[in-house]
Design a protein around this ligand. Structure first.
Ligand code: UDP
Ligand code: MG
Length: 313
């Protein structure tokens, strides 16, 4: 029997691109001897994405879909996909064809050589703004400095995972998910392939800078305690300076008497120190908030429907 490959595609309002990616995938499958499953995850789309998935499923039983109960975001959509994917290997790709399906045969051949995680690294990214490219460039470099796990630079979620890598990721039940970090964290044998990222085939990106900043903070906080460490260091350095300044003030008072001067320096010091305290409280709050969310132990997602079957939570 042929081995089975699951293609996992999270989709949020992708009615224009789903038919195209389906066709491109089918073309690729024609030339290779594997059984394929295309698993769409409808992440609460407000357009006709779900209907398109249903129609594809009617014509072609190698298509499956999960309909999430609302929009959860791509990270959770991927988690749902891992839970339902049945293949011996799982390939994650975006619905917008920024990840070329033509890379799939190469990924599979590395997997057959024994690699667990064959990831596609962007050599270039067309159709994305200068600012987005720059911010993402620096983000990966900063994250790499801060965190102890090796996170691959300029690599998206487009990759092939072996069954055991998928099972490993399924064990991670964290609510705050920075999936790209998980891929590194689980370890196993990794292989890189390079590609040129194309612009979106149609539709618009769901990203905005707010979401990007959110994911960036997630990446740093959930994979590094460095901000806490930096807060401690700032605290120590400030305490040292305050001590020196205190000595200076005491000496001055002893030598020259108290002249009730220094109001400006007093006010600026209070403002400065209290703002630093707020920043540090904020950092602690970020971590504490995550602890709070994780302890609630809620399920990651609910599924409304899996291949025409209504599901129960
Ligand atoms: N996506 C999703 N849920 C969301 C936002 C996006 O499942 O809430 C999917 C989207 O349909 C696409 C992939 O995640 O398949 C990447 O999204 P997008 O292309 O908008 O991001 P970009 O490539 O610009 O980073
Ligand atoms: Mg995209």
């Amino acid at each position: 029997m042929n081995k089975k490959i699951s293609i996992l595609i999270p989709a949020y309002n992708e009615e224009d691109t789903i038919p195209i990616i389906y066709k491109r995938l089918k073309d690729v499958f024609k030339n290779i001897n594997y059984e394929f499953e295309i698993l769409f995850i409808n992440d609460g789309s407000k357009d006709s994405s779900l209907n398109i998935m249903k129609n594809l499923r009617k014509k072609d039983k190698s298509v499956s879909y999960i309909n999430l109960s609302r929009n959860y975001g791509k990270e959770i959509a991927m988690a749902a996909g891992f839970d339902y994917a049945m293949g011996d290997a799982v390939i994650i790709m975006d619905a917008d064809l920024q990840d070329p399906p033509e890379l799939i045969p190469k990924m599979i051949s590395y997997w057959e050589e024994g690699y667990d995680d064959v990831y596609a690294k962007r050599r270039s990214r067309a159709g994305e703004s200068w600012l987005k490219k720059k911010t993402s460039y620096y983000f990966y470099r900063i994250l790499k400095k801060l965190s102890r796990v090796e996170i691959q630079e300029d690599t998206g979620d487009f990759r092939l995972l072996s069954r055991r890598a998928v099972e490993a990721i399924k064990k991670i039940k964290e609510q705050h998910r920075y999936t790209k970090g998980f891929f590194s964290w689980i370890g196993f044998k990794k292989k890189e392939i390079l590609f040129d990222r194309e612009p979106r085939a149609a539709g618009r990106t769901k990203w905005n800078y707010y979401k990007l900043i959110d994911l960036a903070i997630e990446g740093i906080i959930s994979f590094s305690g460095a901000p806490l460490r930096v807060s401690t260091i700032i605290g120590f350095v400030m305490a040292m300076f305050s001590f020196l300044y205190m000595l200076y003030v005491i000496m001055k008072t002893l030598l020259f008497g108290d002249l009730v001067a220094g109001y400006p320096s007093l006010v600026s010091l209070i403002l400065f120190i209290s703002s630093i305290q707020f920043i540090i409280l904020g950092v602690i709050g970020e971590y504490l908030g995550r602890v709070f969310n994780e302890t609630k132990n809620r399920p990651l997602y609910f599924i409304e429907e899996y291949n025409d079957e209504k599901t129960m939570p």
